[in-house]
Design a protein around this ligand. Structure first.
Ligand code: MCN
Length: 786
């Protein structure tokens, strides 16, 4: 049957369009729009004494120049703090344009609008901002000394401090359990800053027609941008539409809503009555969007002779940059998800979110999990090394067993709900990954090592998503959902779900995402949630439509709905394909205002069921049209899991690190499209390789990001990314109707831990930092030899 497509590796339907240059990205729109450009702070920390726009006023093509003082009160307010938390006692957000103090290089200070980007940039170059320099706070150690403050009213630069502690079954706390354990270890882990680096940066294009505002944004959250813009501009929600066109990658950075540019550009478009567009350049992306990952972790662990963890105590210093627009979600995720697939006796996780004069931190693919997994997996490796045991044996000794689900980690998850794992099979996963990489047959040799890393990932977080499904009288099915797409393949997978649920060939199904004109209530694409939350919502909406189609068809065919099924877009009596009616005809019947597009549909009028004189044309309780809408709101997150293993070789002279093999076993519940999931994993692993070996944001003592270009910021090329060998395990989630778990971030999460594990095996030197470069490895070798 052509319509049972759930679980099939259907080729990505969006690719012919995207790969032949027919995608419509932000910068493809608004060819006639005015251009915006920004004067951004060249200093990490300074007070604005004066802004002189005079020299720029003669630039040909200049239309307008705006500073914070030009913004109306409502527009100029500090940007919203999106996810407040009781521990975030000193949350701080920026103003759309800097008000009096700039707190990182790149902060927008002045907006220029001009006929084109050249003129706008020329004007920017002539605007003189007089700054009083303040001492910048750079580096976690310096920040927590508190001698200089990023925000004058935030003592010690501590924005948030949270301790989460879970006692052992005998009531002992983590510190006591560690002190009384047979063995203890203590160590420090350093994780450097990195960032989402989508091919397409951010961008906004706004137009006002005198009554309504339309905003295009390269965003992961169009519905939330809409709410933010409407609120800031004082417009009723129906007067604002936000559309995410094709988006060339997001990886987390486009989750923030609103970005300053998403407020000031629509406002200026309204004020001037002109279309205005801005597309971020790469340098702006480096210095004025968001980073992530940077943490220092102090770990103490107590364990028994088998390597079972009796107590774990982790203290995290999290570099939050200058602002906390997205709350403290990243360190919260680190501290809850570092527990991984393990039963830990007693644990205590403490973090401080620390302000520095650097770009703010918001989630980047993995969002705190790579740091947590690095912590726990380094711990497992160190225990194994200490006890002289195989690293997989120590992991096995700590695994949650298949019969123990649902497993309550007795902590609060990032959404405020209990941290309960719904399903999984970690011992089987370990067996699979060991077999895939050949763990037991691996021949150790100097300069050649094997490593492993395990993780669990809470996916499909709420609060909700919706789906709308409409069958039109030409037999086509139009699916829409409010969340956005950045390359995940949603046009394909959501069509697969609809094809399977409705029994319609996929060629007749189209999918629209991220357009508030089509679907106004949605949360967004992040935290590996689209498949679970929108996927189930679309399935539920399809079921409504299917039920309605069967009711109408039953009437027409004088059959019982329970005897009907839909195959290849035709409703028929089960086992009697000739007693049938096409869905296109059902769609015509569903709307008594008949308009037949073709002969087939015209024939629908021969069915008299719905035209009975003693019934209203639209039956009671029904609505006209063959369409339906439904929402799915998960009770709590569903937990995907994975185990990766790698073989690396290190050069004895240059300390170059080469990944020779990379194996992944992954469990995201029922797979909608295995090929797409594998693509997601491959992409994630590539980003993970960047985090493990290459990518870091290098700030100097003045708070200047010295490697803010692709000339200097190392990313892996295809030549550095290994072939990824993948196998799937499917433990369906009992929490949602389709039994699925998320997959979008999985690939990136354990890579640094896996590579560190393998380098350590190759070199016999402990690796406590990510990334690790050849020169650092060389330095560690020299130190080790002394
Ligand atoms: N999928 C599936 N079967 C499952 C689970 C997922 O077939 N059991 C498919 C989904 O249908 C979807 C893809 O795998 O096509 C990823 O699904 P999901 O885990 O729901 O993740 P989201 O769709 O919510 O995407 C968000 C996730 C995140 S958080 C980041 S960051 C990220 C990522 O996706 N950013 C990306 N992958 C990206 N891929 C691209 N190309 N570009 C980005 O910016």
């Amino acid at each position: 049957m052509t319509t049972r497509l759930f679980g099939e590796s259907v080729a990505r339907r969006e690719d012919p369009r995207l790969l032949t240059g027919q995608g419509r990205y932000l910068d493809d729109l608004g060819g006639d729009a005015l251009a915006a450009a920004f004067v951004r702070s060249p200093h990490a920390h300074a007070r604005i004494r004066d802004i002189d726009v005079g020299p720029a006023l003669d630039v040909p093509g200049l239309v307008a120049i705006y500073t914070w003082e030009d913004l109306p009160e409502r527009v100029g307010r500090a940007l919203p703090l999106l996810i407040p938390h009781p521990a975030l006692t000193h949350g701080r957000t920026a103003y759309p344009l800097a008000r009096d103090v700039v707190r990182h290089v790149g902060e927008p200070v002045v907006m220029v609008v001009a006929a084109d980007r050249y003129a706008a940039e020329d004007a920017c170059a002539l605007i003189e901002v007089d700054y009083e320099l303040l001492k910048p706070v750079v580096g976690l150690e310096e920040a927590v000394q508190g001698a200089q403050l990023v925000h004058e009213d935030v003592p010690g630069n501590i924005g948030a401090h949270l301790v989460q502690e879970v006692a052992a079954a005998d009531g002992r706390g983590a510190r006591e359990a560690i002190e009384t354990a047979p063995h203890t270890l203590a160590f420090r882990l350093d994780i450097e800053r990195s960032a989402s680096m989508p091919l397409e940066g951010r961008g906004v294009y706004a137009r006002w027609d005198g009554s309504d505002l339309r905003v295009y944004s390269s965003t992961q959250t169009s519905t939330s941008v809409r709410m933010a813009v409407a609120a800031a501009l004082g417009l009723p929600l129906p007067k604002v539409e936000v559309i995410a066109p094709d988006v060339g990658g997001g990886f987390g950075v486009k989750i923030v809503h609103p970005w300053p540019e998403e407020i000031v550009i629509p406002w200026a478009a309204m004020t001037l009555g002109r279309e205005i567009k801005w597309t971020e350049d790469r340098r702006e992306h480096f210095i004025a969007s968001a980073h992530e990952r940077g943490q220092v972790q102090y770990v103490r662990v107590g364990f028994d002779d088998d390597g079972r963890v009796l107590g774990l105590d982790v203290t995290i210093l999290h570099d939050h940059g200058a602002y906390t627009p997205y709350g403290i979600i990243v360190p919260i995720v680190t501290s809850t998800q570092l527990l991984g697939p393990y039963k830990i006796g007693a644990y205590r996780v403490e973090f401080s979110a620390v302000y520095t004069n650097t770009v703010q931190v918001t989630p980047y693919r993995g969002a705190g999990r790579p740091q947590g997994v690095f912590c726990m997996e380094r711990t497992m490796d160190k225990i194994a090394r200490y006890l002289g045991k195989d690293r997989t044996e120590v992991r096995s000794a700590n695994f949650i067993q298949p019969g123990e689900f649902p497993y309550d980690q007795r902590m609060t998850f990032q959404d405020g709900r209990p941290l309960i794992y719904d399903s999984g099979n970690y011992p089987e996963m370990l067996r699979m990954v060991k077999e895939l990489i050949g763990w037991d047959d691996f021949e150790p040799a100097p300069g050649r090592g094997i490593g492993i890393g395990c993780y669990v990932e809470g996916t499909g977080v709420g609060p909700y998503e919706g789906g709308h499904v409409q069958v039109t009288s030409d037999g086509r099915v139009h699916v829409s959902t409010g969340l956005t797409s950045q390359g995940q393949g949603h046009e394909t997978v959501f069509a697969q779900i609809a094809a399977t649920e409705l029994g319609v060939p996929i060629e007749r199904i189209s999918v629209v995402t991220g357009d508030t004109r089509r679907f106004g209530y949605a949360v967004g694409t992040f935290a590996s949630r689209a498949a679970v939350v929108s996927g189930n919502a679309i399935a539920l909406a399809c079921r409504k439509v299917r039920d309605k189609a069967l009711r109408i068809a039953a009437d027409a065919l004088e059959a019982d709905p329970s005897d009907l099924q839909i195959t290849d877009g035709v409703v028929h009596v089960a086992g009697a394909p000739t007693a049938s009616i096409p869905l296109s005809t059902v769609a015509v019947l569903a709307n008594p205002l008949r308009y037949a597009f073709d002969d087939e549909a015209a024939k629908a009028t021969q069915f008299s069921g719905t035209a009975s004189p003693d019934r209203p044309p639209v039956a009671e309780g029904e609505e006209p049209g063959l369409e339906g809408r439904d929402y799915y709101s998960p009770i709590r997150s569903t937990f995907a899991a994975g185990m990766h293993a790698a073989v690396v070789e290190t050069d004895p002279d240059t300390a170059e690190i080469r990944i020779v093999r990379y194996a992944v076993v992954h469990d995201c519940g029922r797979l909608i499209n295995p090929m797409i999931v594998e693509g997601q994993i491959h992409g994630g692993v590539a980003q993970g390789v960047g985090g493990a070996l290459y990518e870091r944001m290098v700030y100097d003592a003045h708070g200047q990001l010295v490697n803010a270009s692709f000339m200097d910021f190392l990313m892996p090329y295809a030549t550095e990314v290994p072939r990824v060998e993948t196998a799937h395990l499917e433990t369906p989630s009992p929490l949602n109707p389709l039994g699925i778990k998320g997959a979008g971030e999985a690939g990136v999460i354990p890579v640094s831990a896996v590579i560190a594990s393998a380098i350590e095996d190759a070199e016999g030197i402990e690796i406590d930092r990510m990334p690790i470069s050849p020169s650092e490895l060389f330095g560690l070798r020299s130190a080790h030899a002394r």
